[in-house]
Design a protein around this ligand. Structure first.
Ligand SMILES: Cc1cc2nc3c(=O)[nH]c(=O)nc-3n(C[C@H](O)[C@H](O)[C@H](O)COP(=O)(O)O)c2cc1C
Length: 190
């Protein structure tokens, strides 16, 4: 798949088929995703990939993050109540995704902002590689509100949760949200 096509064609997927995702495909996606740049080349990203019954239990915990984002969601989408309803349903099962990826960083002597950007670079690569493999993803920070509960369940210590990413074969083809114009200014050109 052409890079431009991949970037433009990737969508956030919020409804998944139950079909299992072969571990080899996930390994292939991570192999390419971790060619991302990282602050001071520390590569201090850390991913946990969960499936099966363990995933079901994780989803139950992660879905509790919804109550924290609901007030903001209702405000931002005041004119579009169906978006709030849809999001509520999506959080309850994370779209039925067969696999959940959790993206962390290990703290370093660098500023936290740098580590967050390091993980974000790898996440975007991951999303694009997954798309190239016919898989859908949704980058989510809502569940990070319940990071302590998630970490306890996964027995993860001394790492910071940045995002969680449900991944699986898409069961929807959402329309691309329009991109805002005028978000780039050029200076010093002819
Ligand atoms: C940092 C970040 C956090 C996000 N958190 C959520 C989330 O918690 N729940 C959700 O449904 N989508 C979440 N999204 C997905 C965005 O809603 C989505 O990218 C946006 O609507 C544009 O749609 P597209 O990804 O299909 O282009 C997040 C995206 C980013 C980059």
């Amino acid at each position: 798949m052409d890079l431009y096509e991949a970037i433009r064609g990737r969508r956030s997927i919020r409804r998944f088929k139950p079909n299992r995702v072969p571990k080899e495909i996930l390994e292939k996606i991570f192999e390419i995703a971790l060619w991302a740049p990282s602050g001071m080349n520390l590569q201090n990203w850390y991913f946990v990939v969960v499936t099966g019954e363990r995933k079901d239990a994780l989803v139950e915990i992660a879905s509790k993050g919804y109550s924290y984002i609901e007030p903001v969601l209702k405000d931002v989408f005041a004119e579009k109540p169906p978006v709030v309803e849809f999001t509520k349903k999506f959080f309850a099962r994370l779209g039925g995704a067969p696999v959940i990826i959790l993206a962390y960083f290990e703290p370093t002597r660098e500023r936290e902002e740098t580590s967050i950007q390091t993980v974000a670079a790898a996440i975007q690569n991951l999303l694009l590689a997954a798309h190239a493999e016919g898989l859908g993803t949704c980058w989510m920070t809502g569940p990070v509100h319940v990071a302590d509960q998630i970490n306890e369940f996964l027995d993860i210590r001394d790492k910071t949760l940045v995002a969680i990413i449900p991944i699986g074969y898409p069961d929807e083809s959402p329309r691309a949200p329009k991109r805002k114009p005028d978000r780039v200014v050029y200076q010093g050109f002819e």
